[in-house]
Design a protein around this ligand. Sequence first.
Ligand SMILES: Cc1cc2nc3c(=O)[nH]c(=O)nc-3n(C[C@H](O)[C@H](O)[C@H](O)COP(=O)(O)OP(=O)(O)OC[C@H]3O[C@@H](n4cnc5c(N)ncnc54)[C@H](O)[C@@H]3O)c2cc1C
Ligand code: FES
Length: 266
Amino acid sequence: MGYTRARVAEVLDLAPSVKMYILELSRPFGSQPGQYVMVWLPGVGEFPVSVAGEKGGALRLVVARKGRATGYMHERVAEGGYVFVRGPLGRGFRLDARKALLVGGGYGAAPLLYLAERLSGAGATVHAVLGFRSREHALLVEDFRRVAGEVWVATEDGSEGFKGTAVDLFERVFPGGGYDAVYTCGKELMMEKVVRRAVEAGVRVQASLERIIKCGVGVCGACALEPLGLRVCSDGPVFDGETLLSLEDFGRYWRDHSGRRVPLPP
Ligand SMILES: Cc1cc2nc3c(=O)[nH]c(=O)nc-3n(C[C@H](O)[C@H](O)[C@H](O)COP(=O)(O)OP(=O)(O)OC[C@H]3O[C@@H](n4cnc5c(N)ncnc54)[C@H](O)[C@@H]3O)c2cc1C
Ligand code: FES
């Protein structure tokens, strides 16, 4: 799959170290919520980013500053500049819910916003639980309020909404909510708890995993999950709850840059 050169139409500061980039595509990607693109900054690096929205040739990406490539993007890629993107890649969320609860943490809220827009556009009832470190780090909350029926926010320091984690708030909201689907994206330890709880309750659940992605098309094995050998880049990044709970790696291991299996980073 080739690269598309995309013009940066707008850059918005969402939170400390998190920016939204709106890219003008020369051809629509036709992406689905949960799919991702590889962003290539020549001479710097390439990294995966979930699609946070696509409409009329404009692709929305939310990028948190982590290391070399995302740091360069934050500092040097401005409105009017260009980046290269390939995609859309991977398998996204199934969009067959009637009443869905979305549970997101940090920049994991970004792909869930795209999902919320699509589900509510298809007539589903959408509620969201969003967890952040503090009010300052909360992002996309107003965007969610425009498309979701209920939006509950948790902050670890209690500076906005419920004091606690997204999982704590999920535990309060989920029972008795009458949801037929749960969707989650964020820290894997958070997702593991959400997935386990939903599967126990017999509610369909899907989660978007993060791993080191190199090829993005299933050939290099950098993102393989034990023991099934599923590839996060092409079989996922979205998997259903039963599949996730059958994996040794979910919530425990990932692979470092050399492909070695190591404990999941916190
Ligand atoms: C499917 C998927 C969706 C993602 N969606 C988002 C998103 O919407 N917003 C966001 O901010 N982040 C997202 N990430 C995480 C993002 O890819 C990493 O934070 C980013 O690659 C870090 O790059 P870096 O160079 O700044 O950091 P460094 O730690 O310096 O990483 C060095 C290099 O490792 C390579 N790499 C490839 N995949 C990864 C990875 N998953 N994590 C770390 N390094 C990687 C890249 O070449 C990267 O430049 C997603 C990851 C995956 C797998
Ligand atoms: S990144 Fe190469 S197989 Fe997934």
